[in-house]
Ligand binder design. Sequence first.
Ligand code: ACO
Length: 412
Amino acid sequence: MAKASGFFTPSLRTKIRPSIGVSRSGFCLSEGIFKRVVCSSGIESAGTHVSSSQSRIPKLVNKGCKLVGCGSAVPSLSVSNDDLAKIVDTSDEWISVRTGIRNRRVISGKENLRNLAVEAAKKALKMANVEPDDLDLILLCTSTPEDIFGDAPKVLILLDAYLNGNLFMLWQSCKVQRELGCTKSQLAHDITAACSGFVLGLFSASCYIKGGGFRNVLVIGADVMSRFVDWTDRGTCILFGDAAGAVVLQACDAEEDGLLSFDLHSDGEGARHLGAPINDNENGSVLEFPPNRPSYACIQMNGKEVFRFAVRCVPQSIESALEKAGLTASNIDWLLLHQANQRIIDAVATRLEFPPEKVISNLANYGNTSAASIPLALDEAVRSGKVKPGHTITAAGFGAGLTWGSAVIRWG
Ligand code: ACO
C-alpha cells in the first residue's frame, strides 16, 4: 500500500524548523513558516509583467491559499429510478433504500464533459471575481482513456514509475482553457483519480500556490460516467450521474489560509474491485504491429468490497486530517463526503460522531458524479447559504484506484 500523507499544516509548520533556504522549486521555510521569497530567476513580483511567451509564474512562494469561488453545472436530462426500472430489473424502492439515490442527470444532445466543466468554471470565476486571464493554472480532475479511473496506483504498486503528459488529458484541459476565454498560455493539466480526483486537485492547487508562487488556480471536478456505464448492469447503472463542479483558490496571507490539512492514500491492490480498464486483446493472441486501437470495459465494480473499503478507510483518513489540522470533529461545521451512497455517508458520520444536521448530502438528486460530487455539493451548500464564510469543512473523496483522501478546509 502506498501512502502519501501530510501537508504543511499549522501544527506541522511550527515543528519544521531546520530547513531554511530557497530550493529551485521556490520553497522557503524560515522559522517554520513560509516566507515570500524571490528566487534567482529575476522575476521580481507577482505584478511583474511577463509576455505570454515567457512563463507567467513568478518564482515566489505564498503563505496561504483560500477558497474564493465555486460553481457547478449538471446536464438537463433527469433520469429517475422509475425511468431506470424500465430498462433494467430494479425498482425505486430498491435503489432508494440501498443507496439514497432517486434521480441522476445524464448528458444528452450536445452536452459533454467540456461544456459542463466550462459552465461550472465560469460560475466559480464570477463568484471569485477573477478574470480568466488572471488564472495561473487550471486543474481538471477527470478520468483518462488508459483506464477511465486512472492507472497511477496500479503502476505505483508495481514499479513506482508513472509517466504523465498524456496528450488526450492535456487536450481536454486546454480546450476548457480556450472556451473560458483565456488568451495567455497558462498551465492547464488533468488529474486522474476518479472519485478522489477533486481532493487531489485541491491538494495540488495548494502546493502550486504555497510552493510554486501561483496566485489564482481553478480546480474543476467533472465526470460523465454515463459514457462508461453498462446500462444493462443494474448493479452499477443505478449509481452514477454526470456533472461538473469548480472552485477558485487564491494566494493569501498565512492568517487567512483556508487549506488546513490533507491526508491522501492509494492502494493498487484494491483496484480489482473497481475499474474501467483497457480491454486486453480479446482472443488472447500476442499483440502484433501495428497494434489495434484498444477499447475500454464499462465500469466494473464489486460494490460490497468498495462499500467495506469506504466505511473502513474514510473515517481513518478524516481523523488523520483533523489531527494534522489540530482540530476535532466537534470543531468542524460540515462533513462533506464524496456522494456515493447515503449508507456510506451515514456510517462515516456516525463513526466520527457528526450529527446529521452537519452532514452535506445531495446524492438523492444527482447520484454518484465521481470527481464532480464534492464541488457540486459544496456549490449548492454555499449558494443556499448553508455554508458561510469562515465555516470549516472536512471533505473526503474515495473510489477507483483505489484512492482516498481527506481535506480540512475553510470556506471563504
Ligand atoms: N435492483 C434490484 N436488485 C439489485 C440491484 C438493483 N439495482 N442491484 C443488485 N441487486 C440485487 C443483487 O443481484 C442481489 O441479489 P441476490 O441477493 O439475489 O444475489 C441483491 O440485490 C443484493 O446485492 P448487493 O450487491 O449485495 O447489494 P448491496 O447492498 O451491496 O448494494 C451497492 C449494492 C448499492 C452497489 C453497494 O454495494 C454500494 O453502494 N457499494 C459502494 C459503491 C461505491 O461507493 N462506489 C464508489 C466509488 S465509484 C468510483 O470511484 C467511480
